[in-house]
Design a protein around this ligand. Structure first.
Ligand SMILES: [Ca+2]
Ligand SMILES: [Ca+2]
Length: 259
């Protein structure tokens, strides 16, 4: 195949990725931010409480009639209806809101490894509208994410995750005051007290440090985009090799991870 034909096919791949709709989807991201308001499970908008030794996994979801906790989730876990969310300042007009993760570990075992995290958006009848998985594309904090407890006390300080929905998802979820939000998480290397997650509107604080967040590209779009870019890269590499046979090109995707 000629170089020109390869370039044409690669561009088709890139264009088809760009044209695939929707280009974005709901996601949770992390930028190594901490959050220092609230104290105690009952004093913050807690959504999920999970506790087990060594490894814990649990979820709270909505079955159309009541909350359902599973795995290591405690009864203090609860879903939040759109009406509940409005009462704590999380509205459909918000471009993002916060999800705060508190550790409760013993002093000689402060690290945990977050291996899965995802919000689930339910219709009032219990059916799933859509999910917001942890999908920190290009943010340098991929899962499993090792986090270390910085201070004792549930709610006194925590790690701030940001949740972003697309405009159509916001419109869909916030259209009914009885739609509900649930959460699932899996954490390894745990001990001592429960790990907790709570919600935060606090738009002013959330927006103070970072640019407004946008939802991440969908994985399918990323694959197509990656395929197109790889095609372009291989063409470029072949052309360079033909000009300079001894030169080696190394592609570095820049992925690093906090340990
Ligand atoms: Ca630990
Ligand atoms: Ca713990």
């Amino acid at each position: 195949m000629s170089v020109r034909a390869c370039v044409s096919l690669s561009l088709v791949g890139v264009l088809s990725a760009a044209l695939s709709a929707p280009a974005h989807a709901a996601s949770i991201t992390f930028a190594n931010e901490t959050f220092a308001t609230g104290s105690g499970i009952g004093n913050v908008p807690t959504i999920l409480v999970i506790q087990a030794a060594d490894a814990e996994t649990g979820a709270v979801s909505w079955n159309g009639l009541a909350d359902v906790t599973s795995g290591d989730a405690k009864s203090s876990s609860r879903t939040w209806s759109v009406a509940d969310l409005a009462a704590i300042g999380i509205l459909g007009a918000d471009t993002n809101f916060g999800l705060v993760f508190n550790l409760n570990e013993s002093s000689n075992n402060r690290d945990v490894s977050l291996t899965a995290l995802g919000l689930n958006f339910f219709a009032s009848d219990g059916s799933m509208l859509f999910a917001a998985p942890y999908a920190c594309v290009g943010c340098n904090y991929s899962l499993p994410l090792v986090l270390s407890e910085s201070g004792q006390g549930t709610g006194s300080s925590g790690f701030l995750f940001r949740v972003a929905l697309t405009a159509p998802e916001r419109a869909q979820f916030f259209a009914s005051t009885s739609n509900r939000l649930g959460l699932a998480a899996t954490i390894n290397a745990t001990d001592s007290g429960p790990e907790t997650f709570y919600l935060s509107a606090s738009q002013a604080q959330l927006n103070a440090n970072l640019d407004p967040m946008v939802p991440n590209p969908e994985p399918a779009s990323l694959v197509l985009l990656g395929t197109g870019l790889l095609g372009l890269s291989s063409v470029t590499m072949r052309r360079r090799r033909s000009k300079n046979a001894t030169r080696t090109v190394k592609l570095d995707h820049g992925a690093t991870q906090r340990r």
